[in-house]
Design a protein around this ligand. Structure first.
Ligand code: HEC
Length: 150
């Protein structure tokens, strides 16, 4: 009896641990759609600054600043949708095997985005270009490790 209760307690703990992430999504499929939608929007808002960084389009301080603000909002979204039991999509199983590494890849991205935000707020084009490159690298390095190739 005691042993059984112990098992129930463990099962309860596991259920609790996985509740915060799953509770926001009825099914794994919903979490996958959510994080892919957030990534798609991130791709759009990051990508549209590419021509500016490449000096193919003029640097408009206010436009870049507004766009980076949107990117900051989007950048906070995907991660909660990689909770336990949401394996699938284009996400590699390594995300759930190596959560520390996945977290580090997020942190690298957030650090770069922080620099991009400072540069955009200051209207400093050179700093913007450097930070834009750093963020781009952090997207790519996470994708190289944790996103399935098409
Ligand atoms: C910490 C890891 C990580 C970082 C950082 C990251 N991504 Fe992703 N991204 C992923 C994973 C994993 C997928 C696969 C989609 C899934 O989860 O099923 C993905 C998918 C995508 C997709 C495809 C979405 C779809 O519809 O399938 C785009 C576009 C994308 N990312 C853009 C970006 C951009 C742009 C950045 C940087 C500004 C970025 N990502 C940063 C992990 C990351």
């Amino acid at each position: 009896m005691k042993k059984k209760l112990g098992l129930f307690a463990v099962a309860g703990l596991i259920a609790l641990a996985s509740t915060p992430s799953m509770a926001q999504f009825a099914k794994a499929e919903d979490a996958i759609k959510y994080r892919e939608a957030a990534m798609t929007l991130m791709g759009s808002h990051f990508g549209r600054m590419g021509p500016v960084a490449k000096k193919e389009a003029p640097y408009d301080k206010e436009q870049i600043k507004a766009n980076v603000a949107v990117l900051n909002t989007l950048a906070a979204l995907p991660w909660v949708a990689y909770g336990a039991g949401t394996e699938g999509g284009e996400a590699k199983a390594d995300i759930w095997r190596d959560p520390e590494g996945f977290k580090q890849a997020q942190d690298k991205f957030k650090t770069g985005l922080g620099k991009l935000t400072v540069a955009a707020d200051a209207g400093d084009f050179d700093a913007f270009r450097v930070a834009f490159g750093e963020v781009g690298k952090s997207c790519k390095s996470c994708h190289d490790s944790y996103r399935k190739k098409k």
